[in-house]
Each structure stands twice: as structure tokens, then as C-alpha cells.
Design a protein around this ligand. Sequence first.
Ligand SMILES: [Zn+2]
Length: 94
Amino acid sequence: MSTDEKTNLNAEGKPLPLSRCPVCAHAMDQATCVAGGHRPKPGDFSICIQCGAILRYGPDYALCAASTDDASTDDLRFHLRLVQYAVRRLRKTP
Ligand SMILES: [Zn+2]
């Protein structure tokens, strides 16, 4: 990833606050969209890069625990599981 991509900005162009994964407590203040070109906004899903937990941005951009049951479509559920699988597989690689 190039350093000029503003991965620490939300959809309003403001810095994401430091937030901890509610599952593993990993601290995060950046986000990368796997499809590119999207900055997070409240209600968007995220995946913890440390443990692969499915998360969601709250109104203040704090990360909240979520699940595939919260996804509105089968396509979104599929993509959440796909990214979750990729992160967990990455973390198991020595
Ligand atoms: Zn986590």
C-alpha cells in the first residue's frame, strides 16, 4: 500500500479515533477497504486485522462487535466471511 493513501481518515475526511477490538483488544486507528476507494462511516462493517472478528463502526467511530447476522444481504455476509477467513489464515501463517 502506498503511503499517500489516507487509511486513517473516515468518510468525512477526519482522522479515525483510536479504538480497540472488543474481542482481542487490538488497537486500531486505520482502515483499508479491500475493494479500495472507500472510507469508513458509522454502520460500516470492518474486520479486525489481528483476530478476524467482525466489527462495525458506531456513531462515534468506535468499533463494536458484530456478526454476519447483522449483514443485510447474502452478498455482504459472503464478503465478511471471505475477509475474515483471509485474515485468520494470514495470522496462522508462520
Ligand atoms: Zn480483534
